[in-house]
Design a protein. Structure first.
Length: 211
């Protein structure tokens, strides 16, 4: 069992990111950002005018990590690495966020149908004075989707908390012909890159020396 000082803080509400961290044996506590404050969310996920997708996802992730780090200091919590991540789906340069309802989710799936798109996941580990960041890029190809399949999927709960309106680990797996890149990155946390950053921050993962 790892000592408590090898825990991290996870600044994410994503159940999928929690599952992925548990998969590689990382102990964590949640340090969640607030969506509702008198000034709005602590970190806005609005795209700035002219902002490229890679710049957008990297900026939002960095802001989440910095906000969570400052919260840790303000609350005088044990000083541990803070992990933040953000994922976006990109097609023809257009950033697809989380759909607000059925019409938007269905439109997103029609846009993705029968073609390839990119999934960008940026991760930041903030610890002491160090800020470590990697943005991972994967390519996904969807089969042509019948309207009935789009309707059935959008009638489920799956599309509405996921960038691009789908989750590769759920029922939408049947839509996907091919991927190039990181399966876990498409889920929301690329484990290879995450492990690299956590090790740089001193978190022991699969320590072959048994220390």
């Amino acid at each position: 069992m790892r000592p408590s000082d090898h825990k991290i803080y996870l600044a994410s509400k994503s159940a999928r990111r929690r599952e992925l961290l548990r998969q590689i044996g990382v102990e964590f506590e949640l340090l969640l950002l607030r969506d509702q404050t008198p000034r709005g969310p602590e970190v806005s996920e609005e795209v700035q005018p002219g902002e490229a997708a890679e710049d957008y996802v990297a900026r939002v992730t960095l802001e989440k990590a910095e906000c969570a780090h400052h919260t840790m200091l303000w609350r005088k919590l044990p000083n541990r690495p803070v992990l933040a991540a953000d994922t976006t789906v990109v097609v023809d340069g257009r950033i697809l966020g989380k759909p607000s309802g059925y019409p938007e989710a269905a439109d997103m799936l029609r846009l993705l149908s029968g073609r390839t798109h990119e999934v960008l996941t940026s991760i930041v580990v903030r610890h002491h004075d160090d800020t470590l960041q990697i943005t991972q890029r994967s390519v996904v190809r969807f089969a042509a989707l019948p309207e009935a399949a789009i309707h059935a999927y959008c009638m489920s709960a799956e599309p509405y908390d996921k960038a691009g309106g789908y989750g590769i680990q759920g029922m939408a797996a049947v839509f996907i012909e091919e991927i190039a890149g990181s399966y876990s990155g498409i889920m929301g946390l690329p484990l290879f890159e995450t492990t690299q950053l956590l090790r740089q921050a001193g978190v022991r993962i699969l320590d072959v020396n048994g220390r």
